[in-house]
Structures are given as structure tokens and as C-alpha cells.
Write a protein that binds this ligand. Structure first.
Ligand code: SIN
Length: 330
């Protein structure tokens, strides 16, 4: 725990690892590092904080976010909900790897729909780099978390504030690695002040039910949803393999399928016909577009439902949560 001042507002920083906490053998190495090495308390300690801000930090996980899993999401949901319920806490910051940041952001928005800021931040260069980007991103994220306003779960990177529904990692190397597609960013952070461009998501009355469900259900029982891509030469063999497994009564058989569809939600005919069989056999099937901008617009001939503007990875989370809520006793 780190405290600069006992005066409010209080911001809680939850650490989960990532490049922002990464270490390389030499300062000149921006690529050959190990993510998730430095504790969140040390990351926070090195910041020159504005006066009158109280910070608390807590290590929730320490991993490379490519290995993100449901147990870390469950722990994050629990810790965010704990801290947000406290009157003295203005907001929560989560340090996270860039690779699955958009998935964690979408998951947390779906289960928390917070009226206080929850801000994920990250880095593209390790903490040991000659010019690391993590410290400025973390400072900016803390500034956003200390700014009141119902903007929901956000991501802050390279001075830009993105909403959880829209944020996507779009670049493998640039420091400004995220974009919000057609929707555009929520705002910018300039010298510690937030310039809002638009408001965040509307109220979500289902979020509290989802939260209760994810907190009480063992992660081993969270529904399995797979993503399959429609592409040139795609057929139905992968769907068929999943159905065979399901018919054999194996534990953790697939319950949902997200089809990463071309363009406005179209599917290779081989994949579509296998997906229709899967749907007839009780698998929940959703199409999400492979395009990184735009949304699927409904057409009269569509026989499988679509995920609108959600990317395949976010559609998978939405479907998983919907199936979780539909489980007996949920
Ligand atoms: C990670 O996602 O944990 C590693 C990559 C990154 O943070 O940029």
C-alpha cells in the first residue's frame, strides 16, 4: 500500500502484470523482456503524484496477459466491486498487459457497469526500457480515475481514453497501440486533466445479476465458448469435431460458438451449414464481424443471430455471460 496524502480522493491501483511490469536484461531491449515481473507497489512508488491524492495498491495477479484466464477475471471483479463500494474511493486503476486488455475491459464493464471510473492501463515498452511509456500511462490513468463521472470501464494509453465497448489493440509495436474504431475515443488526458469528447455507456440493469453470477460460480463451470473463423476454404470440420466431443458427454463440452464472419456477417457455406447443425443440437451460435470497424447490419436472409458491433473476442465474453446467467440456479 502506498499513500501520498490522507486527503481524498483515493484511487486504488490493482496490478495484474503485463509489459508495464516487464523487465528486460538491458535498457535497450524493448522486445526480449519478461512481462509481469515488477510489483504494482513499485510501479506506483516511482510516480510523482499530484498533491492531495491518496493511493492504495494491491497485487491481484502477475502474468503476461496472453495467459489471462477466468480466475483472474473473477478476482478482479471481486476486488473492483469491493473498492468501488467504499465512499472514500473515487476510482480504480488496473495495470494490465496490452494483449488482452480489451477483453478484460469488456468483461468488467459487463459485470460492473460502474458509476465510478475503472481504468485499465498498460505499456508497450517494459519498465526497464530507456524511455518506458508505462509511468506516464499510469499517471494518466490515475488522473482519469480521480475524475468523477459515470464513464464506466475505460482504457488509457498514450494520452487517449477509450471506452470498454470500443477499445481494440490495433498495433503490434507503436506506443499508441489502441483505437476505438468508428466510435472514437472518450477523451484525452492532457497534463493531468481529462478532456471528454463524449459520454460512456448507458445504465446496464443486468450487470448486478452478472456480477453475482460470476462471483458465486466456480470458474471451472463457466460456459465454454469457442471462436471459429470464416475464411477462404473454411468448412465445417472444426464445428463437427466440437459436436462429436459434445455428443460423447465429455465435461466442459462447447456450449457456445462465435463465428468470426466476413464483412457484414457472411459465412463460408460449409461453416454456416455446420453451425446450423450445432444450433439445432443446442449450441448457442453468434456471428461477429472480422472487420475491425463497423457493425453487422441485420439482413432478412440471416439465419444465425449477430453480435452487432462486438468483435469476436468481445462477442465470446457476451455469449459466455449470457449462458452463465441462463444456467439452472443462476
Ligand atoms: C501482455 O499483454 O501482458 C504482454 C504484452 C504487453 O503488455 O504489451
Amino acid at each position: 500500500m502506498v499513500t501520498k496524502s490522507e486527503a481524498s480522493p483515493c484511487v486504488v491501483v490493482l496490478g495484474t502484470g503485463g509489459t508495464i511490469a516487464g523487465q528486460a536484461a538491458s535498457a535497450g531491449d524493448n522486445l526480449g523482456y519478461v512481462a509481469g515481473q515488477i510489483g504494482v507497489e513499485a510501479l506506483v512508488q516511482q510516480l510523482a503524484l499530484p498533491d492531495g491524492l491518496t493511493l492504495k495498491s494491491e497485487q491481484v495477479a502477475q502474468l503476461d496477459s496472453k495467459d489471462m484466464d477466468f480466475s483472474v477475471w473473477q478476482a478482479l471483479a471481486a476486488r473492483c466491486s469491493h473498492w468501488l463500494a467504499r465512499d472514500d474511493v473515487a476510482g480504480v486503476v488496473i495495470t494490465h498487459g496490452t494483449d488482452t486488455l480489451e477483453e478484460t475491459a469488456f468483461f468488467l464493464q459487463s459485470v460492473l457497469a460502474p458509476t465510478k471510473p475503472v481504468v485499465l492501463t498498460c505499456a508497450m515498452r517494459p519498465a526497464t526500457a530507456l524511455a518506458p511509456d508505462g509511468p506516464q500511462n499510469l499517471r494518466d490513468a490515475i488522473a482519469v480515475a480521480a475524475t468523477p463521472g459515470p464513464h464506466g470501464v475505460m482504457a488509457v494509453c498514450a494520452g487517449t481514453v477509450h471506452g470498454a465497448f470500443d477499445v481494440q489493440k490495433v498495433h503490434t509495436y507503436r506506443l499508441d497501440a489502441f483505437a476505438s474504431g468508428d466510435a472514437g475515443p472518450l477523451g484525452y488526458v492532457e497534463e493531468g486533466a481529462v478532456r471528454w469528447l463524449r459520454t460512456g455507456p448507458d445504465n446496464d440493469r443486468e450487470a448486478a445479476r452478472r456480477l453475482a453470477c460470476v462471483l458465486r460460480t466456480d470458474v471451472a463451470d463457466w460456459p465454454r465458448v469457442e471462436i471459429l473463423t470464416s475464411h477462404a476454404g473454411a468448412g465445417g470440420r472444426l464445428v463437427e469435431a466440437l459436436l462429436q466431443e459434445r455428443r460423447s458427454g465429455v465435461a466442459q463440452a462447447v456450449q457456445g460458438l462465435v463465428l468470426a464472419a466476413t464483412g457484414n456477417g457472411s459465412l463460408h457455406q460449409g461453416l454456416e451449414s455446420a453451425a446450423l447443425t450445432a444450433q439445432e443440437e443446442g449450441v448457442a451460435v453468434v456471428r461477429a464481424t472480422r472487420c475491425c470497424e463497423g457493425r453487422i447490419l441485420a439482413t432478412p436472409q440471416a439465419v444465425l443471430r449477430d453480435a452487432g458491433a462486438l468483435t469476436p473476442v468481445k462477442a465470446r465474453i457476451a455469449l459466455m455471460l449470457a449462458l452463465l446467467l441462463a444456467m439452472p440456479g443462476a
